[in-house]
Each structure stands twice: as structure tokens, then as C-alpha cells.
Design a protein around this ligand. Structure first.
Ligand SMILES: *[C@@H]1O[C@H](CO)[C@@H](O)[C@H](O)[C@H]1NC(C)=O
Ligand SMILES: *[C@@H]1O[C@H](CO)[C@@H](O)[C@H](O)[C@H]1NC(C)=O
Ligand SMILES: *[C@@H]1O[C@H](CO)[C@@H](O)[C@H](O)[C@H]1NC(C)=O
Ligand SMILES: *[C@@H]1O[C@H](CO)[C@@H](O)[C@H](O)[C@H]1NC(C)=O
Ligand SMILES: *[C@@H]1O[C@H](CO)[C@@H](O)[C@H](O)[C@H]1NC(C)=O
Length: 349
């Protein structure tokens, strides 16, 4: 009886999907029973599923092709919204690969072997509903062209990208999350200007020598650690109303490169300036909660960096203060510090 069902189904499948498809697979256990039934039921309920992927019958809009040693893109039925292709060895996305996949909402292609030469200029052009695109841990040397403007979450970290141009991100008004960390970016020009909704920007682990211009005003998290930034622009934080987390550890920042009162802005929760070349504690807002300054060259504990006056209501909200790996010791901290830093539960010298 089973054999008959299988034959009927295979006759209905488009030819491209029958390629390599063995209707007797269940007989000699080439695939596990569960896997076999999964594809079979999906075929009955929601449409075709390529042999090398799984389409769960209870969730026919998802297609799982991850971790199967794939070297090329499978055929993608147009019903699919969530496509999992990560952890394979796919090198290319030709223009034709996604033409029918116009309903895609998530496209997961991280941990593959994608190169920029392998990605067609129009490969992603038709994906007018795409929300998440994960391309991290590939061999890309540039951001693919014509990415859908609908994207909200783009992860392209751990590639070999050297340059980001305004055209790459133009019109992405809804992009909220951008992971570009661990690439080789030296300059971003004004490419971030268009990202009106961006709240998280991670460009750590690149080759930046300055803070990118036109940082989006809605940012909540800005991660710039492991670059070669030695100076900050004047009133660098004045443009932001939501910024809470700044990480700039492992750069080349010096006192001279930080304009006065740069960090004396309310709203900041966490500021990480560890592993730089600071000799003084910068002035920070009394509302800051976590300050990381370890492994600098700080020679003096300046209480005025935290509190300009101290009374019942004027004191620092700092909870964490790390000053270890500098040129000061416990004795350099004046006793009146406890009034200003009254909430600091972790102070490491
Ligand atoms: C896309 O759909 C067309 C029409 O159904 C079909 O001829 C073509 O082979 C499909 N292409 C891919 C890559 O799935
Ligand atoms: C991707 O990069 C890795 C490591 O740099 C290399 O071994 C591999 O051959 C590259 N793959 C392609 C398709 O270029
Ligand atoms: C951004 O999202 C809004 C609301 O969901 C939508 O109307 C708009 O078309 C989107 N913009 C782009 C560029 O996709
Ligand atoms: C930080 O800014 C506040 C508010 O603008 C101001 O009152 C305070 O004096 C500044 N702190 C220092 C140490 O300059
Ligand atoms: C200290 O607190 C008082 C009362 O909240 C406030 O009016 C005053 O401006 C504060 N002084 C400083 C320098 O922040």
C-alpha cells in the first residue's frame, strides 16, 4: 500500500524535485523512518520538499536544510517563509536560486563558504518580505548588492568585508540590528545614514581608525571594540537620545582624543573604555551604572570625574567600576569617595 502512495506522489511532483528522489528509500532505510514520513506528509499537505531538506508537516512554511554538507542551493518551493541553510558548504547564490522564493521571511545562510563573486547581483532582489538575513561566517568581501529594503535584522559578521558603501544600505529604513563585526572594514563613509531604525550596531573587530560618521540617532547599543580608534568627534554623544551601551575596549583612545564632557550625558548605562591609553578618568554622568577602565594608564583617582558635588541627591549611580591594570592603587582612593560612589558594589583597583 505504501509503495502505491509513493508512486502517485512522485508522479505529481515537478521533475526537478524527483531528481535523486528514490521512492523505495524507506524499504532499505537510506533515510530514517521519521525523516521519510516527514517529507511524505509535507508533500500531501503543503507541497514539494527537496529530498535533501526537511519540511515539517505541521509547519509547512519552514524548510530545514541545515548541516547537510550541501554545496549548492536546493530548489526552494514558493510557499517557504523560513529557510534554514546554515552550516553547509554552499559557495554561491546565483540569480536564479531564489526567484521563486518570494515569500521568504527568514533566510539563514550562516556558516557556509559564500564568496562575493558567487552571489548574483539580483540574487536577493525578489525577496520582498525578507525580515532576517543571516550571512555570518562566510567568505564575503562586500555586502551583497540589492538586498531587500524590508530587512530588520542583517548579520554579516565574520566575513572579509573591507568597505561598506552608501548604496549597500540605502533605503533600509526598518533595519534594527546590524552585525558587521569581525570583518576588515577600514571606512564606512556615510553608509549608516539611511538606517533610521537601527538600534544595535556592532562593528567591533574591524580596522576603523575613527568613529563612523552619521551614526543612526536611534541607537541603543554601539559596539566599536577592537578597532584602531584614537579620537572621538566633538559632542559625539549629543546626537543620541536612546544610547545606553557603548563598548570601545581595545582601541587607541588617549585623553587628548576625548573632548571634555563627551561621556557626561544622561541615559548611558554602560561604558567600556578598557584596554585603551587613557591617563585620566573621563568625566561621566552621575546616571552611569557600569564603567570599565581596566588596562589603561590611569595615574590618578579623580573623584570629580564622578561627582561635581555630593549631597543627599547628588551622587553617582555607578554600580561597577573597574580600574585594575592601571597605575593607581587602593591608597589613591580618597575616603570621601564612598559618599559619591555609594552604590558601587564592585570597585576593582
Ligand atoms: C521557478 O518556477 C518556475 C515556474 O514554476 C519553474 O519553471 C522554475 O524551474 C523555478 N525555478 C526554481 C529555481 O525553482
Ligand atoms: C573561505 O575561507 C576559508 C578560510 O579563509 C578557506 O579555507 C576556504 O577555502 C574559503 N572558501 C572559498 C569558497 O573561497
Ligand atoms: C517598514 O515597516 C513598515 C511597517 O511595517 C512598512 O509599512 C514599510 O513599508 C517598511 N519599509 C520598508 C522599506 O520595507
Ligand atoms: C555633567 O553634566 C551635568 C549636567 O549637564 C553638570 O551639572 C555637571 O557639572 C557635569 N559634570 C562635570 C564634572 O562637569
Ligand atoms: C544637586 O541636587 C539638587 C537637588 O536635587 C539640584 O537642585 C542641584 O541642581 C544638584 N546639583 C548638581 C550640581 O547637580
Amino acid at each position: 500500500m505504501r509503495v502505491v502512495i509513493v508512486f502517485v506522489l512522485s508522479a505529481l511532483l515537478p521533475l526537478s524535485l524527483c531528481h535523486n528522489w528514490d521512492p523505495f528509500a524507506w524499504l532499505y532505510g537510506r533515510q530514517s523512518q521519521g525523516y521519510y514520513y516527514a517529507s511524505l506528509q509535507a508533500d500531501t499537505a503543503g507541497g514539494a520538499c527537496p529530498d535533501e531538506c526537511d519540511c515539517p508537516p505541521t509547519f509547512p512554511v519552514a524548510m530545514y536544510c541545515d548541516g547537510r554538507g550541501l554545496k549548492a542551493m536546493p530548489t526552494i518551493p514558493s510557499r517557504v517563509k523560513y529557510l534554514y541553510l546554515q552550516n553547509n558548504a554552499i559557495t554561491a547564490v546565483p540569480d536564479s536560486a531564489l526567484v521563486n522564493a518570494t515569500n521568504l521571511v527568514w533566510l539563514m545562510m550562516h556558516h557556509n563558504q559564500l564568496t562575493s563573486d558567487g552571489i548574483g547581483r539580483k540574487a536577493f532582489l525578489k525577496l520582498e518580505a525578507l525580515d532576517r538575513l543571516y550571512l555570518q561566517h562566510n567568505n564575503l568581501t562586500s555586502i551583497p548588492s540589492n538586498l531587500p529594503r524590508t530587512l530588520r535584522d542583517l548579520r554579516i559578521n565574520h566575513n572579509k568585508i573591507e568597505k561598506v558603501t552608501p548604496a549597500d544600505l540605502e533605503g533600509m529604513a526598518n533595519l534594527t540590528i546590524l552585525y558587521l563585526n569581525d570583518n576588515a572594514v577600514t571606512d564606512m563613509g556615510s553608509s549608516l545614514r539611511a538606517l533610521k531604525s537601527l538600534t544595535l550596531l556592532d562593528i567591533s573587530g574591524n580596522k576603523l581608525t575613527k568613529v563612523p560618521e552619521s551614526l543612526p540617532e536611534q541607537l541603543h547599543q554601539l559596539y566599536l571594540e577592537y578597532n584602531s580608534i584614537d579620537a572621538l568627534p566633538e559632542s559625539f554623544l549629543g546626537h543620541f537620545s536612546q544610547l545606553q551601551y557603548i563598548r570601545m575596549a581595545h582601541n587607541q583612545l588617549t585623553d587628548k582624543g576625548i573632548p571634555a564632557n563627551t561621556f557626561n550625558v544622561t541615559g548611558l548605562v554602560e561604558l567600556d573604555l578598557s584596554f585603551n591609553k587613557l591617563e585620566r578618568i573621563p568625566i561621566v554622568s552621575t546616571t552611569l551604572q557600569h564603567l570599565y577602565l581596566q588596562a589603561n594608564q590611569i595615574k590618578e583617582f579623580t573623584l570629580g570625574s564622578f561627582c561635581s558635588v555630593v549631597d543627599v541627591t547628588n551622587f553617582s549611580r555607578l554600580q561597577t567600576l573597574r580600574l585594575d591594570g592601571n597605575e593607581i592603587s587602593q591608597q589613591d582612593i580618597p575616603t570621601e569617595s564612598s559618599l559619591c560612589l555609594r552604590l558601587a558594589s564592585t570597585v576593582e583597583i
